[in-house]
Design a protein around this ligand. Structure first.
Ligand SMILES: *Cc1c(COP(=O)(O)O)cnc(C)c1O
Length: 399
């Protein structure tokens, strides 16, 4: 088998990916592509990236054997990759560090981003503060209301949060505003995209920055568990934590890769965020992929108990991995994710993010069907403190 080497020069993963943007941005994307090609092989850049990941983010994050839970389930051994222990509480910071180091080298003093739940906005505001760059974050006004504490965190970190009042006032509207800002201010502005989506080279670049997750696992699993895992399981919103842990394992053919989408209230209710399981091929956010759209090609509102999985598309590389069968994509409902959240708190003393709880729920479903010597590695993409209000509300408790 040929070693895996996608995307091609134009950013294609099979029929997916590419670059669907206005003329004004073609030049900016070329500039970004050239800068990324140059710096990804530059030892100074790689050393600074590694230094920041170690000293600012706190990497490497450990792998952890969920021994009590595995014993209770009576099947395969469940391991967690602890991205929840990173600075700011999730994997998103890995990618933000990578992109802000590029912005600095490209001489762009102004950073923009868009955010739904606010997690990527907070990670971006964090690195902008760390490097002293101006930061503007677009957020649907409905989301600024729902996620008021993340808005305040961004402001504390010195960012300007711009509420977007168009459309449904959520993530897809914030995406459009961020693209519009970029077109207008392309000379001095770097757009930090938070997942493996957007026009080429973003999906590949974000994947490469997040691949630190899987690369650490490649060394940690043989050292701690005695061998590589049989399954790698990760939640998929846009798909960056999943691509980060999957990518180094793609050439390991004996390792099964499973992405878990938010099935919300159920795949057949239409109230979910499962683009790969129940969406159709279209163009969103500058690339071709599976998206949540109605029969007229309009983006439809997604639904999930976990705000971070509420993205109406999915990274094009996942679309490709699904079609060619290298990865498998399943759905987990709100109820199942909440159950996994509570069980994880009580059984392992770890409060997972609701996004990560989707991946854990699938591992818990899978483990009892497998022998005890099998290993399931779950990417625990973030910590759940941010979700306490949501969980309490669901349990009829007001905090
Ligand atoms: C944002 C987020 C996700 C979903 O984003 P991906 O790009 O799919 O990784 C998952 N987990 C956590 C903790 C998040 O904050």
């Amino acid at each position: 088998m040929k070693p895996y080497s996608l995307p091609d020069d134009q950013g294609h993963f099979g029929q997916y990916g590419g670059s669907f943007v206005s003329e004004t941005l073609v030049h900016a994307l070329d500039e970004l592509k050239r800068a990324y090609e140059k710096y990804r092989n530059d030892p100074d850049f790689q050393n600074e990236f590694a230094y920041e990941l170690k000293h600012f983010v706190g990497r490497p994050s450990p792998v952890y054997h969920a021994r009590r839970w595995s014993e209770r389930l009576g099947g395969a051994q469940i391991w967690f990759k602890r991205e929840d222990l990173n600075h700011t509480g999730a994997h998103k910071i890995n990618n933000c560090i990578g992109q802000i180091l590029l912005a600095k080298r490209m001489g762009k003093p102004r950073i923009i981003a868009e955010t739904g739940a606010g997690q990527h906005g907070v990670a971006t505001a964090t690195v902008a503060a760390r490097y002293g760059l101006e930061c503007v974050v677009y957020m649907g006004s409905e989301d600024t209301r729902r996620q008021a504490s993340n808005v305040y965190r961004m402001k504390l970190l010195g960012a300007t949060v711009v509420p977007v009042d168009s459309g449904s006032r959520t993530l897809k509207d914030a995406l459009n505003e961020a693209m519009r800002d970029w077109v207008t201010n392309v000379e001095n502005t770097f757009y930090i995209i938070g997942t493996v989506a957007g026009p080429h080279p973003y999906p590949a670049m974000v994947r490469d920055f997040q691949a630190v997750i899987g690369n650490e696992c490649l060394e940690q699993m043989p050292a701690e568990a005695g061998r590589q895992p049989d399954y790698v399981v990760a939640a998929v919103g846009g798909g960056s934590n999943a691509m980060g842990i999957f990518h180094p394992y793609i050439d390991h053919e004996n390792v099964q890769l499973i992405g878990v989408e938010a099935a919300g209230e159920g795949l057949d209710t239409g109230r979910h965020a499962a683009s790969l399981n129940a969406g159709a091929v279209g163009v969103l956010h500058g690339n071709r992929t599976y998206i949540m759209q109605d029969e007229n090609g309009q983006i439809i509102e997604t639904h999930s108990v976990s705000a971070g999985l509420d993205y109406p598309g999915v990274g094009p590389e996942h679309a490709w991995l699904k079609d060619c069968g290298r990865a498998q994509y399943v759905g987990v409902t709100d109820e199942e994710a909440l159950q996994a959240f509570h069980d994880c708190c009580r059984t392992e003393g770890i409060m997972p993010a609701l996004e990560s709880s989707h991946a854990i729920a699938h591992a818990v479903r899978l483990a009892p069907t497998l022998p005890k010597d099998k290993i399931i590695l779950v990417n625990l993409s973030g910590r759940g403190d941010k979700d306490m209000h949501t969980v309490a509300e669901r349990s009829g408790i007001s905090l």
